[in-house]
Design a protein. Sequence first.
Length: 309
Amino acid sequence: MTLVCCRENDDGGDMCEILKIRKSLQALVGGCLLLLTLPCEADLPLAVEGLLTEKGRLRLDVGVSYANSDKQKISTGEYLAVQTGPTNFVYLPTRVGEGTVNSDVGVGTLGLKYGVHDGLEIYGRTSWFIASSRSSELNGSFQTSDKGMSDLWIGASYRFTGELVASAETALLEKHNGNSSSLKSVLLGLTTYKSIDPVVLSAAGAYKFSISRDEAAATYKAGSYLMLNPSLGFAVNEKVSLTSGLQWTLRFPDQINGVNQSVRHTRTDLVMGFAYGFDRGSILNFYLKSNVSGRNGADLRAVWMYTFP
């Protein structure tokens, strides 16, 4: 066991974060290897079948996500997280206030994936958002709104022996407070699944790491996050699948000029899913995620996956 001792504001914060998550990543890999030893019998749920694009095929992913929250006494550095994919999030700052702050965010995501060969795909995705916040305080009520492009990512996924898929992607463009940056963030993911008639067990994990970037007269560093998501799927028939699971997320605070803007946040969410296959190349997925460890609201997400003939 490795013991790590560090302060929130140490200059060596990047290294400290990496050491802090080492044991969590080891646990994730161990769980994935355990799943790989289970027998394989049942048909895969539709959502699992769409993990990788077939060789020589082009797939279009169109998603719409909605998140809302209702909080009190929001301080500087807090954010609203909107999940746009299995391991992808858009983080938007919330209005600072002493009273009640109610926020709504909608995010549209467009992605293209191409199967280079069996077990390897490359892809790109981009997101746009529209947000609105309303606050009620002693000195009156206030309302703010914002919209625009959020990010642009490219990446690749590779299937190893067995049912183990690894992915890596980087941000070609990220926007924060009106400023743009390129190649400042990396997202690494790992997914495994196994069929045990009549259900399918799966586990996914992801780690996003960002480096510092210059914004106006300050140096800004987006907070890293670690996500773990064990789930259970059930193939009702050849067209309908149901999923349920838990999602645990650890997010480190954003930094400005090396100073943390908040504290580390952890949250646990209940995730429910429904998938319907119109045919082999057209699948519609719906997801509901609700926070069960605090008052962080809920997410709704719909994703249509279409594979061109």
